[in-house]
Design a binder for this molecule. Structure first.
Ligand code: BYC
Length: 330
């Protein structure tokens, strides 16, 4: 079981002005957006900073597995599309860092927290992209899981985060389609291409289910985040929806979901039906969260090197701004 900073600060909440807290909770309950200058409980600020910065880090680290394939995409068309997608992820990271900054933590602090291993990023990006089919599977499943998680975040209670999510979701939806289209081409291609597609599905299926986070009964943050409408659906609810949507998509491709326990259950979800699915390997999830994923070291090295290599650009921009201010003051 995780202990988090949030649980530690839960006690501090009691020290906060009860009237302010009550007014805040009433606004959240009325589905009003909380804005940067509004009063908010420290634990709300802290959990949002944690979640939004982790989300921003995921977008930026998420560029790496795909960036790897830009030079090897099988055609000019595929290359142009992949370039645009990777560029979109950079944009998502930037909107999210901006949203997180409105809570009072600087971008530099957030990035240093990532580089020191203090801040997390999505487990999914600690798996390698071995073949071109992985780029299809990432678009289809990883972006598909991301959309499932992010559509409800357009209604999250913190205004800047909700607004950033609107544009991100539009772009993620295009990403998901481009991935599925790669899978369609491979699944309808030669026997070897179809095997590649199946192999990618086998490798990305379970890690994609892990993206939604631990099961609700072992998720220390979900209950409070649902109360404060930071999260609008729980980890397990979203995971179930993802399985229900993705299984027919795999069937359409003529591929097999690598889960022998997968079974349609008519009675599930208050009679609407849904899939029962096998047990996720949570030991693997926690190991990857601890930084033991297959390519975790490589990913962090790439991020730290990019930060170091870009130091001259930050210095030049800061020097330019200082000069501009001097000129304005003169
Ligand atoms: N990976 O109490 P819980 C993308 C951590 S990128 C790593 O359920 P919470 C894309 C969690 O942080 C997708 N860590 O937490 C980009 C917590 O640890 P701490 C990224 C995980 O926050 C490029 C602990 O486990 N999307 O879309 O209520 C290309 C307990 O968990 C993970 C977002 O970030 C994980 N998978 O719920 C393609 C969406 N899961 O910090 C695609 C926004 C859990 O307390 N984030 N942990 O020590 C969220 O919706 C929520 O933060 C989560 C977790 C559902 C992820």
């Amino acid at each position: 079981m995780y202990t988090t900073e949030l649980t530690k600060t839960a006690k501090i909440e009691n020290l906060e002005d009860p009237e302010l807290l009550e007014a805040f909770e009433a606004r959240v309950a009325a589905d009003e957006f909380i804005e940067p200058n509004d009063w908010m409980p420290e634990a709300y600020r802290r959990t949002l900073t944690r979640q939004i910065s982790q989300h921003a880090h995921s977008e930026i680290v998420g560029m790496l597995p795909e960036g790897n394939w830009i030079s090897r995409a099988p055609s000019l068309r595929r290359k142009a599309i992949l370039l645009a997608k990777v560029q979109d992820e950079a944009g998502h990271g930037l909107y999210l860092y901006c949203a997180a900054e409105t809570l009072g933590t600087s971008r530099e602090e957030m990035i240093l927290a990532l580089h020191s291993g203090k801040a997390k990023y999505s487990t999914i990006f600690n798996y390698p992209t071995l073949t071109w089919a992985d780029i299809g599977a990432i678009g289809w499943l990883v972006d598909g899981a991301a959309i499932m998680n992010q559509v409800p975040l357009q209604r999250t209670s913190y205004g800047p985060y909700a607004r950033a999510m609107v544009r991100i979701c539009k772009e993620e939806s295009f990403h998901q389609r481009q991935g599925y289209e790669i899978m369609i081409a491979l699944a309808n291609g030669t026997a070897q291409q179809k095997r590649m597609a199946q192999d990618a599905l086998n490798r990305w299926w379970w890690p994609s289910l892990m993206m939604f986070g631990p099961p609700d009964d072992n998720s220390p943050n979900t209950a409070q985040s649902m109360r404060w409408r930071i999260k609008r659906e729980t980890n397990d609810e979203l995971r179930q929806k993802f399985v229900d949507i993705s299984v027919p998509q795999a069937e359409f491709l003529g591929l097999t979901v690598p889960d022998p326990d997968l079974k349609w259950n008519e009675a599930k979800d208050e009679g609407r039906g849904g899939y029962d699915f096998g047990a996720v390997d949570w030991e693997e999830f926690y190991a990857v969260v601890r930084g033991e994923g297959p390519v975790a070291k490589e990913r962090m090295k790439a991020r730290r090197d990019a930060w170091d290599d870009g130091a001259w650009v930050r210095d030049a921009a800061a020097a330019y701004e200082a000069k501009r201010q001097q000129r304005l003051a003169a």
